[in-house]
Design a protein around this ligand. Structure first.
Ligand code: TYM
Length: 333
């Protein structure tokens, strides 16, 4: 049976290789299966949990849509829309925040990481953001949610919220408890400068990530400068436990070439990093350069991108407004 897919990406600029290999590549595969119904959301309400420049945010929303399409998502086969235009997300988040428990949210590691040392100054939105994410998913009865490894805990929270709502209001199976779709390998792409840190758009150094808008020379340069260790390429997969940078680069290579980590290790065992890096850069350029060119081309046609969003908003609204009406009835409004 086909799956009901929902996933979201924040329009905070600089979508990178981690977003692509961890999530968007998976969106494309799921979208290509005609049995699936796919909804991809540009989560602008999530973006404002940290300060955004309003002008840039507007452009970043379009750029995220352009990135979806340039990566291979067919807007005719899926719903692409931005969250803030469908009021049910904010309404749902409020109702579900009265179901979710403080203790559950206090365990969220991403809040701790993002809020850093000065928790008192973090926005309330940053703290309650996983509840909004739960509303996103539950409004569409999504059965499967493709995400990178860093969203796993938020997905578990969403499942807990759905189950508690169904129990508290005695509406068995009303909210669909979704399954996460997290790739077994390569679901966490790390920084090119530090194999123990996630590749992220908030990292200061641009050399730490490959952006999906990077050009050929930038990609080659970033791979040349990527951190490695002084040893030759690993002989055995077990060595990777201690050699995080080698593991990450081999993981990226494997994901791009659809091979296993084990095979990639075998392929390059004992060779110099420089030889491996040349091949890695070539594969990256082949994959990212066409996406980067297409994003830039699409950004030249703002009307086209706006039309896709408008069409998506209309379709999403039809589904979400019905669900939120039922939720309100159940709650007693
Ligand atoms: P966001 O915008 O931070 O990231 C979008 C997607 O990219 C994945 N990702 C990564 N995967 C592997 N390695 C990395 N270094 C890496 N960095 C990011 C993320 O796991 C994510 O899948 N809260 C979400 C957005 C969201 C959402 C939703 C997702 C809002 N509502 C409902 C699913 C369903 C977020 O901030 O993702």
């Amino acid at each position: 049976m086909g799956k009901k897919i929902f996933s979201g990406v924040q329009p905070t600029g600089n979508l990178h290789l981690g977003n692509y290999l961890g999530a968007i590549k998976n969106f494309v595969d799921l979208n290509n299966d005609n049995d699936n119904k796919c909804i991809f959301c540009v989560v602008d309400l999530h973006a404002i949990t940290v300060k955004q420049d309003p002008k840039e945010l507007k452009n970043n929303i379009r750029e995220t849509v352009a990135t979806f399409i340039a990566s291979g998502i067919d807007p005719k086969k899926s719903i692409i829309f931005n969250q803030s235009r469908v009021a049910a997300h904010a309404e749902g988040a409020w109702i579900l925040s009265c179901v979710a428990r403080m203790g559950w949210l206090n365990r969220m590691t991403q809040f701790k990481e993002k809020a850093g040392k000065d928790k008192e100054k973090a926005s309330i939105g940053l703290y309650s953001y996983p509840v909004l994410m739960a509303a996103d998913i539950l409004l569409y009865d999504a059965t499967h949610v493709p995400v990178g490894d860093d969203q796993k805990q938020h997905l578990e929270l969403c499942r807990d919220i759905a189950q508690k709502f169904n129990n508290d209001f005695e509406v068995e199976n009303f909210l669909q408890v979704p399954e996460p779709l997290i790739q077994k390998e390569f679901s966490r792409i790390m920084s090119l400068k530090d194999g123990s840190k996630k590749m992220s758009k908030s990292e200061l150094s641009d050399l730490s990530r490959i952006n999906l808008t990077d050009e050929k020379d930038q990609i080659i340069n970033k791979i040349k400068k990527a951190k490695t260790d002084p040893l030759p390429m690993p002989q055995d997969i077990k060595e990777l436990e201690e050699r995080l940078e080698a593991k990450n680069l081999l993981g990226i290579y494997s994901s791009l070439t659809n091979s296993t980590l084990e095979n990639s290790v075998k392929n390059f065992a004992g060779k110099n990093f420089s030889e491996f890096k040349d091949e890695l850069a070539e594969n990256l350029v082949n994959k990212i350069e066409p996406i980067s060119n297409e994003i830039k081309k699409l950004l030249g046609d703002k009307n086209y991108l706006d039309e896709i969003l408008l069409d998506g908003v209309e379709k999403a609204n039809l589904i979400a407004s019905k669900k939120i009406e039922r939720i309100k009835e159940i709650v007693g409004f």
